[in-house]
Design a protein. Structure first.
Lengths: 316, 292, 325
C-alpha cells in the first residue's frame, strides 16, 4: 500500500512538472513576441522594461523557466498588465465558487445515480431499467451548454423563477439562500452530466457483481436483499465508479466554464473567458496552471480512495 | 425460492445461456440515414437551393417558421435552416478532421506498442499516461485562446493532437487483448512478417473497437467544439456553427426561443445518432465498454 | 422421519434457447447425522440439484415442482423470507470454488461473523470471538491475524477453510457440500475432506457430499445416488452401489476413476461421448447413446428408477448388469 502510494506520488510530481513546463512554454509555442502577447494592450515601454526584469526575458529559456517557477512556488503569479491586480488574488476570489459548484453537483449526481443504478441492476432489462437506459443515453448526447441554455429558457424565462437567470449570482457569505438559488441551475446542469455517467458505470458493474458466486453465498447465509445489495454488491462495484468520478471532475470544469459564462457567475471559468477576451495572458496562464494541477490532484485523491475501497488494486 | 433475479452462474449450464446474436435493429439504420443526410447536406450545402446563410434580411427579423424560411429567421433576418446546414460543416469538419489526426497518430503507435511490448511500450505508455492526466480541455482552451486569429485548421489540429493519448490507450488495450490469442502466436511462429501480422491479423480484430470508439470520439469532439464556439473560442462569427448559433441566440432567448431550440436540436440529434451507432456496433461485436 | 425429504423434485431452467430440465423427478432423503453422496460427471445436474434443494435458484429463471421438506418444513414455493430463516441456521452450503465464493473486498472475519450477527443476533465482540473460534476449528493458523485478512491474502486451501467456517457458523443441521475440493491441489483435497469428516462427526450434522470423484465418496458416505442428465439413475447404500452396481453408467464411472483396490497399472477407461444436451433430450434413456448395452428399447423408452428386490438398492435400466461383475 505504502509503496503504491509512493509510486503514485512520484507520478503525480512528474505530471505536475510537465504541466508547469507546458504552462510556461505555452507562450513560446505561439507565434509573435512573447512580451507583446503578455503585455497585450498594456504594452508601454515602462511595462515592457518591468516585464523583462520580472521574467528575465533576455536570459536563456531554461533560466527563464526556473525564475518563473520560483515566483510561482512563492505564490507570486505576477501582476496583470491589463487589470493591474495580482493574478493570485483574482484566482483566489474565483476558486471557491467552482468548488462549491462541483461539490453541490456531485452530491446531487451521486444521490440520484446510486439508488437508481441499484434499482436498475436488480432487474436488468426490466421496465425501469429500459426507461432509465434510454433516458440516460439520450441525456448523454445533450451537451452541457445546451442543457444550461434550455434550463435557463424554461426555468428562469418561461417559469420566471427568481434568482436563477443570468447575473443573479450572490456570494455565499452575503446571502446563502440566494446563493443556492443562483447556483441551482448550474449545479443541476453539471449534475445531469455526471449522473448519466455514474448511473451507467455503476449499473453495469452492479449487474456483473450480482452474477458473482459470492453473492449467491451471501444469499445462502439468509441475508436480506437490502443487505446484500448495500454491503456485498455495492462496494466491489464502486471501483470503476470512483475512478470515473475522479476523471469526470476534469470534464466537469469545462462544463463549469460554460455555465459560469452563460450566467455570469464569477468563477474561474468566467474569469478565464474574460481574461482571454482581454488578452490578459498572465491571468490565463495562472488559471490554466491552477486548474490543471487541481484536476491532477483530485484524480490522485480519487485513486487513493479507490484503493481503500478495493484492497485488490494496490496488491497488483 | 428467492425473489432476487440474476442470471445463474451455474457453470454446468453456461453452454446453454449464451445470448442469441442480436441484429442491429431498425433504429440503427434510421441513425445511419440521419447521419448520412447531415454529411451530404454539409458537403453539398453550397449547391443546394438554400438562402445565403450570411444574408441579412431586415424585412424578416425573428420570423417564425414558414414555407419561405423553413425554420424561421434570426434577429438579423438570416435564414436559420440554411445556417444550420452550413453550420454542420464546422462540426463535421472538426469532428472528422481531428479524429483523423488522433487515429492517424494514436492508433499505429498503440498497435505497435501492444505488439512489440518492451522498452518502446514502456516509454510510450508512460508518456501517454502523463498527457492523459493533463486535463485536455483546459489545454485546448489555453492554446486556442492565444493562437489568434482562430481558424478551422488550428482548431482541428489542436483537438486532434489532444485526442492522441486517448486513442493510443484504447487501441493499445484492444490490441493487447488480441495479440496474445493463439492465431496471432501461430502466425508469428510460422514466420509471418511483423507488418503482415499487424495488418492481416491484428487490424481486422481491433477494427470493431476502433470504429465504435471513433464514432464516440467524433461525438465528443463535436461537443467540445460546440462548447468552444459557445465560449466564443471557435470559428469567428459570422461564419455559422451550431455552437456559435446557440451562443448568439442566448441574448434574444426570451423573444425568439426558436433560435436556441433549432440548432440545439440539430446538434443533439447528430450526437445521439453517433452515440447510438457506436453503442450498437460495440454490443454487436460484443466488445467490452471503452470509456471516454 | 428423515431430516431432509425430497420427493419428485423437478427444476426447469428458462434459458434464451428454451426450457431446460436441469433436475428431473428426483427423490431422496437424508437422516440425522447421515452422509449422502451424489456423484456424476460434470453436467449431470449435481450442482443444480444442490441449489434446488437449497432453493437458491433465481425464481425468474427457474421453476421447481415437487417437494423438499427440511425437518417437515416445505421449501418448494416457500416465501423468500421463510427460506432466509432456514438458510445458514438449518441448511448451509459449502461452495465449489473458494476463489469466487468469498467477497474480495470484505475481510474474511467479517464474512463469517456477518452470519452470527445478522442471523443469530450476536454482539459484535461475541461474533468476533466465535468467528475466531470457527477459524481455529477449521484449522487456520493464527486465526486472530487471519480474521482481518482479505481473501486475496489467503491461499486456495485457506480460503476453502474459510468457506467451510462460514457454512458452519450458525451450526446448521444439514450441510450441502458441492464439490468442496474441485479447485484445490490433490494434497489439500484430502486435508479438506478429512476436516469435513471430522467436523461432521464433532458437530453431529448431516451432509450431502457432491462430487464427480467416486473415490471421495467411497469411505465417507453411507448412501450414494448416481446422477445422469438431471436424474438419479442408481441409488442405494454406498456398499451396494460399489459392490453390486447394476447400471452401466455407474460402472463406467467406477472404471474411469482410480481405485486403491485395483491392481497397480489397471487401465482407466474414459466414458465415450459427452453428457447429453438437456435441451435436446430424446424419448429414451439419456445414457443410451453412450451405452454399450443399449437395446432398441433403451432408445425408445425411458427406464424408471425401481427397486427389484427387498433391498433399498434402486436403478433405472432395462438391461442391468449381472450382480458381482
Amino acid at each position: 500500500m505504502l509503496r503504491y502510494v509512493r509510486r503514485r506520488l512520484a507520478m503525480l510530481l512528474g505530471i505536475v512538472f510537465v504541466i508547469s513546463v507546458g504552462s510556461f512554454y505555452l507562450i513560446h509555442l505561439l507565434p509573435g513576441d512573447p512580451a507583446a502577447v503578455i503585455l497585450g494592450t498594456g504594452d508601454t515601454p515602462a511595462n515592457r522594461a518591468l516585464l523583462y526584469r520580472q521574467l528575465g526575458l533576455n536570459r536563456p529559456l531554461v533560466d527563464q523557466y526556473f525564475i518563473w517557477l520560483g515566483h510561482i512556488l512563492h505564490g507570486n503569479f505576477g501582476i496583470s498588465f491589463i487589470s493591474q491586480t495580482s493574478v493570485w488574488s483574482t484566482i483566489r476570489a474565483a476558486l471557491p465558487i467552482d468548488l462549491e459548484l462541483i461539490v453541490l453537483s456531485q452530491i446531487l449526481a451521486f444521490a440520484i445515480a446510486i439508488p437508481l443504478a441499484m434499482r436498475s441492476a436488480r432487474k436488468p432489462d426490466g421496465i425501469l431499467d429500459r426507461i432509465l437506459g434510454a433516458g440516460s443515453f439520450t441525456l448523454l448526447s445533450i451537451p452541457p451548454f445546451i442543457v444550461i441554455v434550455l434550463l435557463v429558457l424554461i426555468v428562469s424565462i418561461k417559469l420566471g423563477v427568481s434568482n436563477t437567470g443570468p447575473s443573479s449570482y450572490v456570494s455565499l457569505g452575503s446571502d446563502w439562500v440566494v446563493n443556492l438559488e443562483s447556483l441551482s441551475l448550474p449545479a443541476l446542469t453539471l449534475a445531469i452530466g455526471s449522473f448519466v455517467i455514474y448511473y451507467r458505470v455503476l449499473r453495469s458493474d452492479l449487474i456483473a457483481t450480482l452474477q458473482e458466486e459470492f453473492i449467491t453465498v451471501a444469499r445462502s447465509k439468509g441475508l436480506t436483499r437490502r443487505r446484500i445489495m448495500w454491503i456485498h454488491a455495492f462496494r466491489p462495484s464502486s471501483v470503476a465508479l470512483l475512478g470515473t468520478a475522479g476523471v469526470n471532475i476534469g470534464g466537469l470544469l469545462a462544463s463549469g466554464f460554460v455555465v459560469e459564462y452563460l450566467l455570469a457567475i464569477p468563477g474561474l471559468g468566467y474569469t478565464l473567458i474574460a481574461a482571454i477576451n482581454n488578452s490578459d495572458y498572465l491571468l490565463v496562464q495562472g488559471i490554466v496552471l491552477v486548474v490543471s494541477v487541481g484536476v491532477v490532484v483530485i484524480n490522485f485523491l480519487f485513486d487513493f480512495v479507490v484503493n481503500l475501497v478495493d484492497p485488490r488494486i494496490s496488491r497488483e | 425460492m428467492s425473489e432476487m433475479t440474476r442470471p445463474a452462474t451455474e457453470t454446468e449450464t453456461t453452454e446453454f445461456t449464451t445470448p442469441p446474436s442480436r441484429s442491429l435493429g431498425w433504429l440503427f439504420w434510421v441513425c445511419v440515414g440521419w447521419l448520412g443526410l447531415n454529411v451530404l447536406g454539409a458537403i453539398f450545402a453550397s449547391v443546394l437551393p438554400l438562402p445565403d446563410p450570411l444574408y441579412q434580411n431586415y424585412m424578416a427579423i425573428n420570423a417564425s417558421p414558414s414555407l419561405h424560411h423553413l425554420l424561421g429567421t434570426d434577429d438579423l433576418g438570416r435564414d436559420i435552416f440554411s445556417r444550420i446546414v452550413f453550420g454542420s460543416r464546422v462540426s463535421i469538419a472538426v469532428g472528422v478532421g481531428s479524429m483523423i489526426i488522433g487515429f492517424g497518430i494514436g492508433a499505429p503507435l498503440g498497435m505497435l506498442a501492444a505488439y512489440r511490448r518492451g522498452r518502446l511500450d514502456a516509454i510510450l505508455t508512460t508518456a501517454m499516461y502523463v498527457f492523459l492526466a493533463f486535463p485536455a480541455i483546459v489545454a485546448v482552451i489555453a492554446v486556442l485562446s492565444f493562437w489568434t486569429p482562430r481558424a478551422l485548421a488550428k482548431i482541428i489540429l489542436v483537438i486532434g493532437l489532444a485526442s492522441v493519448p486517448l486513442v493510443y490507450r484504447v487501441i493499445r488495450t484492444a490490441t493487447m487483448a488480441v495479440a496474445t490469442k493463439d492465431y496471432v502466436v501461430a502466425a508469428k511462429v510460422q514466420g509471418a512478417t511483423d507488418r503482415r501480422i499487424l495488418v492481416r491479423e491484428l487490424l481486422p480484430n481491433i477494427a470493431p473497437v476502433g470504429i465504435s470508439f471513433l464514432l464516440v470520439g467524433i461525438a465528443t469532439v463535436v461537443t467540445l467544439e460546440g462548447a468552444l464556439a459557445f465560449l466564443g473560442l471557435s470559428v469567428n462569427p459570422p461564419t455559422p456553427s451550431w455552437g456559435n448559433m446557440i451562443n448568439e441566440s442566448r441574448t434574444v432567448m426570451s423573444q425568439n426561443p426558436w433560435l436556441v431550440l433549432f440548432p440545439s436540436l440539430a446538434m443533439c440529434l447528430f450526437l445521439l445518432c453517433l452515440n447510438f451507432i457506436g453503442d450498437r456496433l460495440r454490443s454487436h461485436f460484443d466488445v467490452t465498454e471503452v470509456k471516454l | 422421519m428423515s431430516l431432509l425429504d425430497v420427493q419428485n423434485l423437478s427444476v426447469t431452467l428458462h434459458t434464451p434457447h428454451g426450457d431446460l430440465p436441469a433436475v428431473a423427478d428426483v427423490s431422496l432423503s437424508v437422516g440425522a447425522e447421515e452422509t449422502l453422496g451424489i456423484v456424476g460427471e460434470s453436467g449431470s445436474g449435481k450442482t443444480m440439484l444442490a441449489r434446488s434443494i437449497m432453493g437458491l435458484l433465481p425464481r425468474a429463471r427457474a421453476s421447481a415442482s415437487g417437494s423438499v421438506k427440511l425437518k417437515g418444513v416445505e421449501m418448494v414455493g416457500a416465501r423468500a423470507s421463510d427460506l432466509r430463516r432456514l438458510w445458514a441456521t438449518e441448511v448451509a452450503m459449502i461452495f465449489q470454488d473458494p476463489m469466487t465464493a468469498l467477497n474480495p473486498v470484505m475481510r474474511v472475519g467479517r464474512q463469517i461473523d456477518e452470519t452470527l450477527r445478522v442471523r443469530l443476533g450476536l454482539s459484535r465482540s461475541a461474533a468476533r470471538a466465535r468467528a475466531i473460534e470457527l477459524l481455529e476449528m477449521v484449522g487456520i493458523p493464527s486465526p486472530e491475524k487471519r480474521y482481518a485478512a482479505y481473501p486475496g491474502q489467503l491461499s486456495g486451501g485457506m480460503r476453502q477453510r474459510v468457506v467451510i467456517a462460514m457454512a458452519l457458523a450458525a451450526s446448521p443441521s444439514l450441510i450441502l457440500a458441492d464439490e468442496p475440493t474441485t479447485g484445490l491441489d490433490v494434497t489439500i483435497q484430502a486435508q479438506i475432506l478429512n476436516l469435513l469428516d471430522e467436523l461432521q462427526a464433532r458437530l453431529h450434522t448431516s451432509m450431502i457430499l457432491i462430487t464427480h470423484d467416486l473415490g471421495v465418496v467411497a469411505t465417507r458416505t453411507s448412501h450414494l445416488a448416481v446422477m445422469y442428465a438431471g436424474r438419479i439413475v442408481e441409488t442405494g447404500t454406498t456398499r451396494d452401489v460399489f459392490a453390486r452396481h447394476r447400471m452401466p453408467y455407474t460402472r463406467a464411472l467406477l472404471e474411469s476413476s482410480p481405485r486403491v483396490s485395483n491392481p497397480a497399472h489397471t487401465r482407466l477407461t474414459a466414458i465415450p461421448g459427452r453428457p447429453p444436451n438437456l435441451l435436446r433430450l430424446g424419448e429414451g434413456c439419456a445414457f443410451a447413446p453412450r451405452c454399450g448395452f443399449a437395446s432398441e428399447r433403451c432408445h425408445r423408452e425411458r427406464p424408471e428408477l425401481s427397486v427389484p428386490d427387498e433391498s433399498s438398492h434402486a436403478f433405472a435400466c432395462f438391461n442391468p448388469l449381472e450382480v458381482g461383475r
